[in-house]
Design a protein around this ligand. Sequence first.
Ligand code: ZN
Length: 391
Amino acid sequence: MTMIKTLRVMLIPNKKQNTRLFQFAGSARFAFNWALAQEKKNFDEGGKFISDYELRRLFTQFKQQTGNEWLYTISNNVCKQAIKDAVIAYQKFFKGLAQHPKFKSRKRNKPGFYADPVKIKFSSTHVKLENIAQSKKKNRQSANWFRLAEHNRIPTECSYSNPHITFDGLNWFLTVGIECEAPKPAAGADGIGIDVGVKDLAICSTGHVYKNINKTSRVRRLKKKARRLQRKLSRKYIKNKKGESYRKTRNIIKSEKQLLRRTHRLTNIRTNHIHQVTTEIVKREPSFIVMEDLNVSGMMKNRYLARAVQEQKLAEFYRIMQYKSDWNGIRLITADRFYASSKLCSVCGHKKKDLKLKDRIYRCPECGTVIDRDLNASLNLYHYGKSILTH
Ligand SMILES: [Zn+2]
């Protein structure tokens, strides 16, 4: 049995490569919009739906017209995939499953494009993309090789799927699916219940507690700096407003970049923390993991908490926990939405109906147990998982 892992790495392009990446992304946007316009025109004229195959044929003709030669300098697959994307989006609209797809704009959409999964190549330090070098000469081909920020992360001998390159405002990233052997079910006998929360990120039934990184002084300081910069920036916007329109001065563009760098730094710290925690949990080799469904946990109903949930990237925690469990053959169990993990006593099973959100300690009136609220919840989740697996 095989499975597909999706990996993401940052690229380190040189100046020329950087320009080419933007050209590729621009062409992808162009082809997407072109395909959409064809569909729209056809539809408005009473036609039905143009197939992917037909559109690609039309696009080849379009490329041959004078003035469109520049499209030949772009790797074939870039426009091909963009057209495919447009067709899929349009199909959804046509079937009544989605709204009419929007045209892509430079402002609204992040630049990005698909690379060819067959032609992409990896070395331990570089990735090769097609047609980045504009000359066919042998000594110019090194321009096709991009430095990777992480070495030995992506296996060099394997089959790749869906390589996608995107720009996040500061850096270029490559995501790619790699095929690998599915793991055997985890051998460990025992499981872990995890209570995910706002006070701490995660409390495990094993007693391990993982802190909420947003409460550290380092993150607080960074947040404060970002907020200050944001305020400064909005003042500059207003100062440079001419009539109804906003004007971007060089200074503003510089500050925007700076702000982006700050917010990215924060995001990176948060994501990194989640990776460390999930990896540590997985390394304990549990045979199963139990968590509560985030959307029914009650945290999203409270406005203040919902913001904290977002800030802590709890949804991301679930997503990462899910795929790391898959990668390691660990069964991930989501507790039933009616399972009251925090109201039950983890020792005797008594249900305390009047437990409030601010009660940090669980005191059982039945058996007298006094226990941390979150640890109690995680133990309940653990029991829940056990009962599911034995029935
Ligand atoms: Zn009890």
